[in-house]
Design a protein around this ligand. Structure first.
Ligand SMILES: Nc1ncnc2c1ncn2[C@@H]1O[C@H](COP(=O)(O)OP(=O)(O)OP(=O)(O)O)[C@@H](O)[C@H]1O
Length: 277
């Protein structure tokens, strides 16, 4: 049984806007999945179905094999933590620590456990010093990190992140990459994320769904998707810079291995320059 599955999921907004058209999606346990696509492709709409924020117009959303109902919605939201694209949609409390504590308190954890979860979550996102700050006075990137902390404090089995690095500075992006990797490995967590930062996809994803106009147009591993530059450009996407450069060198006859991540590309260049075997 998959932790999240959608079957022929359709969502039509008021005004006959077909935002999702027959989406069949599977999230196996313990995988990092990227959903990529141009503006308006339907990524946020799909994410909002994963924890019952939106209801299907038709088709099904199954969490651990069960449809989402009024009775199980609280349990679903413990299982699937959704970090919205805009942190203002998620932050309500007067202080950062109260905001991050909101989920764990609602789960009925005792005071000691809540305290522990809050400190761990704030440490993870690098905001330990911000406990008493007013969330609405924080910068965009800081708010984003508070929103992420509030969700990871609930220790969900699936972490869904809608553009997790939008608005973050380069150091913030690196921290988010490190924490997503660590978390998914340490806790066997499934992570589903959308992003317009295509290099982030190469660094983080193990599997990619490409979305356009409410439908999936391709799915596959990083190597499978990034070996189709025409497909990507047909949906207003691009290759990450490193495989793009390597492809260009190869087309000029230079013998170099393909690399999608920084580490793979570095090894490919060192090999091509005869620095390593
Ligand atoms: N509340 C709404 N009412 C009506 N239409 C909506 C609503 N929310 C989204 N849409 C429309 O649904 C489609 C999908 O939007 P969605 O936000 O899911 O796309 P997205 O892939 O997340 O885009 P982006 O990359 O810009 O965040 C778009 O055409 C959008 O205009």
């Amino acid at each position: 049984m998959h932790i999240i599955e959608t079957q022929d999921l359709c969502h039509t907004y008021k005004g006959n806007i077909d935002a999702l058209k027959n989406i069949s999606f599977i999230a196996p346990r313990n995988t990092r999945i990227a959903i990529i696509g141009p503006n308006g492709a339907g990524k946020s709409t799909l994410f909002k179905h994963f924890n019952g924020v939106l209801k299907p117009t038709s088709g099904k959303v199954l969490i651990r094999g069960e449809p989402i109902t009024k009775e199980n919605i609280r349990e679903v939201r413990r299982t699937v933590g959704l970090v919205f694209q805009n942190p203002d949609d998620q932050i309500f409390s007067p202080t950062v620590e109260q905001d991050v504590a909101f989920g764990p308190i609602n789960m009925g954890l005792d005071e000691e456990a809540v305290k522990h979860r809050v400190s761990e979550a704030l440490r993870t996102v690098g905001l330990s010093e911000y406990r008493t700050r007013v969330p609405h006075h924080l910068s965009g990137g800081e708010k984003k990190r508070v929103a992420i902390a509030g969700i990871i404090a609930m220790e969900p089995q699936v972490l869904v992140l809608d553009e997790p690095t939008a608005g973050l500075d380069p150091q913030g992006v690196r921290e988010i990459i490190r924490f997503i990797r660590d978390f998914s490995v340490r806790y066997g967590m499934t992570v589903i994320f959308s992003t317009h930062n295509i290099s982030l996809v190469a660094e983080l994803a193990e599997y990619i769904y490409v979305m356009n106009n409410g439908s999936f147009v391709a799915e596959g591993t990083v190597a499978e998707i990034f070996s189709q530059p025409d497909l990507l450009s047909s949906v207003r996407l691009d290759l990450p810079i490193l495989p793009k450069l390597i492809s260009s060198l190869r087309s000029k006859g230079i013998a170099i291995d393909m690399g999608y991540t920084y580490q793979e590309a570095e090894i490919a260049f060192l090999k091509a320059f005869g620095k390593i075997a």
